[in-house]
Design a protein around this ligand. Structure first.
Ligand code: NAP
Length: 231
């Protein structure tokens, strides 16, 4: 699981370990990963997935385990603010975290699935990829790019048993929303019909897309809806 230390990862890990999965947990916060792994059949890779060394470490562990059945790609980073006020550095960092790193990570690990001719990949995009947001233009663009990546990869892997699907959730509680004021959070919830999604609901949907019996590939699955401000 890439991005296991975040809110969604913390909800998803127990769902997987309860089902007897051996998990590889990757993120940058080692303490959070260790506490998730505690008492579970879990391996921790604490590091930055932008680096080849970190991606290689995940690959090596999966290779030693003998197979990689599924990949949940949860890595991402929020970026709020008007587009013109976004620094060049922030813009590149947003595209890197939400698009380049997921692509690089999948590229590093995919050979393990290709070797067996099967696997499940769930990329977590965002509802903003479908309904792009003012004030989150770079994030919306990067998540739309991630969606395009997943749909294209699903086609490319079409003849295999490797299924690639993309989840586009509306907002759910996580530190991604920590920079929003209580008023902004209320406004966001109102645009989603009065409340944020529950993180466990999103985690269960990711779990569905990692199922060995999954039959479809190349789907963009939205969870929850968000109303545009001007609607
Ligand atoms: N929360 C929402 O409202 C919402 C809505 C729609 C979509 N999403 C998407 O859902 C996914 C999970 O979000 P979340 O709310 O759980 O966010 P989160 O709590 O901020 O978690 C993000 C995860 O990505 C990891 N990560 C980011 N950059 C990384 C890097 N360079 N190397 C390794 N790990 C990296 C973080 O690791 P560390 O914590 O160790 O740094 C963390 O595990 C994200 O892709 C997000 O864009 C979130």
């Amino acid at each position: 699981m890439l991005g296991a230390s975040g809110a969604l990862g913390q909800a998803l890990v127990p769902l997987l370990t309860e089902r007897g999965a051996t998990v590889i947990l990757c993120g940058r916060q080692e303490a959070a990963l260790r506490s998730l792994a505690d008492g579970q059949d879990a391996h921790v890779v604490a590091g930055d997935l932008a680096t080849l060394a970190c991606r290689r470490r995940v690959y090596q562990i999966a290779d030693q385990l003998g197979r990689l059945d599924a990949m949940a790609v949860l890595t991402g980073e929020a970026s709020f603010g008007a587009f013109l006020a976004t620094s060049d550095r922030r813009l590149v960092a947003t595209v890197t975290a939400n698009l380049a790193i997921p692509m690089l990570a999948v590229k590093s690990l995919l050979p393990l699935m290709v070797r067996r001719g099967r696997g499940r990949i769930c990329l977590v995009s965002s509802v903003w990829a479908i309904t792009p947001a003012a004030g989150e233009v770079a994030y919306s663009a990067a998540k739309a790019g991630l969606t395009g990546f997943g749909l294209g990869l699903a086609r490319e892997l079409g003849p295999t048993q490797i299924r690639v699907n993309i989840l586009a959730p509306a907002a759910f509680p996580s530190r991604m929303l920590a920079r929003l004021s209580p008023r902004e959070l209320d406004e966001l919830a109102a645009r989603q019909g009065g409340k944020l999604l529950s993180t466990s609901r999103v985690a269960r949907r990711v779990l569905d897309l990692l199922d060995p019996d999954l039959t479809f590939s190349g789907r963009l699955i939205r969870i929850g809806r968000i109303r545009q401000v001007e609607d």
